[in-house]
Ligand binder design. Structure first.
Ligand code: NAP
Length: 291
């Protein structure tokens, strides 16, 4: 048996084509959707994520007011730049690329973004709205995973969904989304305190790995026929590559192919969906859908 590979890239491209059409319609109404991406420092992974986001904005016909800042900028200066962007009516969305240098308090910075411009959905107001099922911005990666499940035709109603990882940006919001009535999965949230992780993952109809550690999920931890969504993006050294590294997920992909029913690859699985959802959220912000 060989698992069917879920083509996140193709699904994301389809969504992005629709967004580009919606953007051009909005521009005819005099609204030019605009996102400001703030990058502090030159963390190589962050630089590459920001350049992918900027390319996606351009392709969607959105305006880009990105701000590149030196790693030694102080917290007060960064907060003041965010306050300016909050006031700038031509900017609909603000995203601060994480992680920030250790001398800056990330939570303070996230809380400084106006909730109606918080297209990453990390602000406490948006996190709270997700918890209580009210309208707001939903974090892009978890949102992208739920769209991926739907587009790939993976049944969720009554499914056992196991999420490995409980971060504020992936695991926790994803668990909340999967438990929503319209998705209706029974959710188990695992983490490093979970005893006998495999006993949970082997019961998963939908297994989502968001641990950030290669090899977290081996083939024997997967229920035969399960849908496996690999969120992990890990750089491992590879001398055969010009960059000196290659990207792998959290799942032992080759071995998992023999057990899973459906599986996302890394890259071209969840990653492209994250970017597509960022464009969606920016479009919502420009339309003023979240007020
Ligand atoms: P994170 O903040 O480091 O959180 C990782 C979570 O996984 C933690 O809750 C941790 O548990 C748990 N964990 C780690 N090792 C584990 C293990 N062996 N068994 C069980 N749980 C384990 O990471 P994150 O920001 O959520 O990101 C997770 C991964 O997704 C990373 O590789 C990241 O690069 C990737 N990512 C990809 C996208 C995308 O668009 N493709 C977007 C965001 C993130 P504790 O809480 O107990 O420490």
């Amino acid at each position: 048996m060989s698992a069917q590979i879920i083509d996140g890239f193709a699904i994301a491209q389809k969504i992005r084509r629709q967004i580009a059409l919606d953007v051009s319609a909005l521009k005819k109404d005099g609204i030019h959707p605009c996102l400001a991406v703030i990058l502090v420092g030159e963390n190589p992974a962050s630089v590459s994520y920001v350049s992918a986001k900027k390319k996606a904005l351009a392709e969607a016909g959105m305006a880009d007011k990105s701000v590149l800042l030196n790693a030694d900028i102080n917290e007060a200066e960064l907060l003041s730049i965010i306050a300016d962007l909050n006031r700038d009516t031509s900017v609909h969305g603000i995203l601060v690329q994480l992680p920030l240098p250790s001398h800056i308090d990330e939570q303070k910075v996230i809380a400084a973004i106006a909730p109606e411009k918080d297209v990453d959905g990390f602000h406490p107001v948006n996190a709270g709205n997700l918890l209580i099922g009210q309208a707001g911005f939903v974090p892009c990666t978890p949102c992208g995973i739920t769209v991926l499940l739907k587009e790939a035709g993976i049944p969720t109603d009554g499914a056992n969904a196991v999420v490995v990882g409980r971060s504020n940006i992936v695991g926790k919001p994803l668990a909340l989304l999967l438990a929503r009535k319209d998705i209706n999965a029974t959710v188990t949230l695992c983490h490093t305190g979970t005893k006998d992780l495999a006993s949970f993952t082997r019961n998963a109809d939908i297994l989502i790995a968001a641990a950030g550690r290669p090899g977290t999920i081996s083939a024997d931890m997967i229920k035969p026929g399960a849908a496996v969504i690999d969120v992990g993006v890990n750089r491992i050294p590879d001398n055969t590559k010009k960059s000196g590294f290659r990207l792998v997920g959290d799942v032992d992909f080759q071995a998992a192919l023999d057990v899973a029913g459906r599986i996302t690859p890394v890259p071209k699985g969840v990653g492209p969906m994250t970017i597509a959802m960022l464009l969606c959220n920016t479009l919502y912000a420009a339309r003023g859908s979240f007020k």
